[in-house]
Design a protein around this ligand. Structure first.
Ligand SMILES: [Ca+2]
Ligand SMILES: [Ca+2]
Ligand SMILES: [Ca+2]
Ligand SMILES: [Ca+2]
Length: 301
């Protein structure tokens, strides 16, 4: 089982990697030589500092971007065999028989106490890989998500099907503007599913239907690329991408299952967690106490 047009995938993949690694310009010694005129000493210092900074960035890519991801909430996608790239783990793993490599790897869901969910992948969720673009982020809050082998036979060939997967919300992602819309969805909502060989990874993209959740339209999200293993809790592969979404639309105490894949379902990412009870309430209470304490001090003066 292989992705469609595997050779094209691999060719485009290698082209992408080559251009990524060799696309940077470095200041050379020759750049720093020349006849600086009198009075340009300060400029030389600035240029030197800039060069040192660029070299540091090239030597330790992403080292200044270490993320506080919170808790790793990734769960098994229930499809795997043996070990290595077809193993039961999620990092350094894709679905059995699919294209392997960090550029295809979805690696983990993380949840933090500020109600943010971070999705990490070697796969570039914004630019895609080999022409296979991002899917959307699906959420089940009633414990009936259908995934893994249970999603077998759910459709193929980039067709549109009803929501037979039990998902209750979707974050409809717009990678051009780095925004998302949240929809409350039901069985009549329509999803895109793709690729008969990986229907265990379905669904990949929201199509239409459901109700827009008020206040959760065109929400900005943060996206970082070029992260090192140490920036993403030691996930392997050398370079990573991370998308950070607010999940504050879910009531505290909600237990959810999250699902993400990209076109062709080459790698299926699943997560499970309970939104902490009183998380936001505790933050607001803390802020209120600070205000009260400040007022008391002002009165004493
Ligand atoms: Ca798997
Ligand atoms: Ca990896
Ligand atoms: Ca994976
Ligand atoms: Ca559900």
């Amino acid at each position: 089982m292989l992705c469609a047009a595997r050779s094209a995938c691999m060719w485009l993949g290698s082209l992408h990697v080559e251009s990524w690694w060799h696309g940077c310009c470095y200041l050379t010694g020759d750049d720093m030589k020349g006849n600086y005129k009198k009075g340009e000493g300060e400029m030389k210092k600035v240029m030197t500092a800039l060069a040192i900074g660029l070299v540091a960035l090239a030597t330790f890519p992403g080292s200044a971007l270490a993320l506080d991801l919170g808790q790793n909430i990734t769960i098994p996608d229930l499809v795997g065999s043996g070990s290595g790239w077809a193993g039961a783990q999620e990092d350094q793993e894709v679905e059995p028989g699919c294209l392997t490599g960090q550029q295809w790897d979805m690696e983990g869901f993380f949840f933090k106490s500020d109600y943010t969910l971070t999705m990490v992948g070697g796969y570039n969720m914004v630019s895609g890989q080999g022409g296979y673009m991002t899917g959307d982020l699906f959420i089940d809050v009633t414990g009936d998500a259908v995934y893994g082998p249970s999603a077998n036979g759910s459709g193929s060939g980039n067709t549109i099907v009803n929501n037979v997967f039990g998902y209750d919300y979707v974050l409809d992602l717009d990678m051009a503007t780095l925004t998302y819309d949240v929809y409350a969805i039901d069985n009549d909502s329509l999803f895109s599913v793709y690729y008969s060989q990986n229907d265990e990874s379905n669904p990949w993209r929201y199509s239409r239907g459901g109700d827009a959740v008020q206040g959760w339209q065109d929400v900005k999200f943060d996206y970082q690329t070029g992260l090192a293993d140490g920036d993403v809790a030691g996930l392997a592969g050398g370079t990573h991408n991370a998308a950070v979404f607010s999940f504050a639309f879910l009531p505290s105490g909600t237990e959810f299952i999250s699902h993400y894949t990209y076109a062709c379902g080459n790698d299926n990412l699943m997560g499970q967690f309970s939104v902490p009870d009183g998380g936001l309430t505790a933050v607001l209470l803390g802020l209120a106490m600070l205000v009260v304490e400040g007022a008391r001090r002002a009165i004493r003066r």
